[in-house]
Structures are given as C-alpha cells and as structure tokens.
Ligand binder design. Structure first.
Ligand code: ADP
Length: 261
C-alpha cells in the first residue's frame, strides 16, 4: 500500500481528489499496520500460557507423582487457563464491533453508589495486602453511562492501584463535580511509573514490569480498554505518576444532562 508514485498534486479537481485519496490510503495503511501488530502481540501473549500448560501436563504424565505434585501441577494449569480466559475476553472486547458508542446502554448512574460497590468488593483484597483504601471525597454525582462498561473501567483502575501498591500502602479516592464533568481521582502511593514508561501505559499489551504484571494476572490490555470506555462516553483519563512515590489516575466523565459525542 505504501508503494506509491510520488508525483506532485496538480492544482485542479483531479489534484484535490488525488490528495484526498492519498490521505485515505495512509489511514487504511495505518489501520492495517495496527491490526497486524495486534495479531502479532496477541499470538505472542497466548503462546506463554499454552507452553506452561503443555509442560505441566507432559511432566505429570511422564512420571509417577505424588498426589501433592499432581495437585500443584493442576493448580498451575488452572491459573494459566484462567489467565488465558481473561486475555481472550479482553482481546475480543477490543477487536469486536460491540465496543462502539452506538452499542452502549446509556442510563443515569449514581457514581457514588457505583464506586462504593466496587470499593467494598475490592477492600478485602486490599486489606489482605495491608493496603488501606478509602473514598475521601464523595460529592453526589450523576453520570450518563453504560453501567457494565463504567464499572469495568473503574474496577480496572482501582484494582491496578491495589496491584501496584506495596503492603502498608494507602489508596484514596475522590469524586468531585467539575462544571459539566465528574472528576474521579484514584490516588495511590505505590511503585509509580517512570517518565520513560508513562506515555506508553495505555498502549495495548504494554507493561512496565511484565513479570510483576503477569504475577498479578495482568495482560497489559486493562488500560487500553479503560481509555476506550472513557472515550466512547465522551470522557478521558489522565495520569500523573512518579516512580517509587505513586500514581494518580484521573477519570473525567460527562455528568448527567450533558450529551456526549
Ligand atoms: P496490566 O494488566 O498489566 O495491569 P494495564 O493495561 O492495566 O495492564 O496497565 C499497564 C501497565 O501500567 C501495568 O502493567 C503497570 O506496569 C502500569 N500501571 C497501571 N496502573 C498502575 C499503578 N496504579 N501504579 C503503577 N503502575 C501502574
């Protein structure tokens, strides 16, 4: 596609048509490249858990093992299968057509209730790791959104804050009304993200520390999905972070009554 004659555009209708055509071809080329990269990354990501499952199964079949050895192999297989399941459903979400704004089930959502629900679900996990999590500011707020998608977005960001915070850490949530938007801040004092990695964390399959992320069941697709959900709701996500100090993710979503694009 990129092999084209590099002729200057004539200053007439044909020239303008040729220019428009070139712009369209560039966009198409770009989208093919992204698609190829996604397929490449996806196959690569699936290869690792499959290799682990295969080697555990082969090892178990090739020698006589104790019950506890079999149990250990089976639990590794189960973990890897769960990881693959999550990875595939995330990939499908990004690849399918149902992630468009037209397919959202929009309704008025009470954000405080929604976040309180997510926090009470995640609190035991945080507390197991000696991490405190609290909603510090909780202004009454209403957003227009798809409950499943908005829950998925907030759950992911709050879960990340727990995953990337060390024991004894502290996570603070703020829900505030700002003009036509609701601002949700998720602040952690965890491992943070260095300047070098920060611009890339919303890219598909991008992980700062792959080993740490996989250990936590992460595939590097979470933030791409969050970003996408925010965008199709007419919102956005910002991040501020400092290595070894912590990160703050800010989610802006249009409040009720504001029509999203
Ligand atoms: P993962 O599934 O690996 O958690 P995400 O797309 O959710 O993938 O996040 C991408 C990467 O961004 C993570 O692997 C991690 O390195 C980094 N990250 C995300 N949230 C945080 C956070 N709160 N603190 C530090 N690093 C984070």
């Amino acid at each position: 596609l990129s092999k084209r004659l590099n002729l200057p555009y004539t200053n007439d209708e044909i020239g303008r048509l040729a220019q428009t055509f070139d712009i369209m071809i560039d966009k198409l080329d770009d989208s093919f490249k992204r698609q190829r990269q996604f397929t490449h990354d996806a196959s690569h990501e699936l290869r690792t858990p499959i290799a682990v499952i295969q080697s555990q199964a082969e090892l178990s079949l090739s020698s006589s093992n104790t019950v506890s050895e079999y149990t250990k192999a089976l639990s590794v297989i189960l973990e890897e299968a769960k990881y693959m399941g999550k990875l595939i459903s995330n990939m499908l979400f990004l690849a399918r057509g149902d992630n468009k704004a037209d397919n959202l089930q929009m309704e008025n959502l009470n954000l405080s209730d929604l976040i309180e629900g997510i926090v009470s679900e995640l609190k035991p996990i945080a507390e197991n790791n000696n991490i405190k999590i609290n909603i510090v500011k909780n202004e009454p707020s209403c957003i227009k959104g798809d409950q499943t998608r908005i829950t998925q977005l907030l759950y992911n960001i709050i879960e990340n804050a727990i995953k990337y915070t060390l024991p004894e850490g502290n996570i603070k949530l703020y829900i505030e009304n700002h003009d036509k938007y609701i601002k949700i801040s998720v602040q952690d004092n965890g491992i943070g993200i260095s300047k070098e990695h920060l611009p890339h964390i919303f890219e598909r399959f991008y992980r700062v520390d792959k080993a740490r992320s996989i250990k936590n069941g992460g595939s590097g697709l979470g933030l791409s999905i969050c970003q996408w959900i925010a965008l199709i709701h007419g919102g956005k996500i910002e991040v501020f972070s400092e290595e070894n100090k912590g990160s703050t993710f800010i989610i802006w979503l249009p409040s009720c009554g504001v029509t999203h694009k």
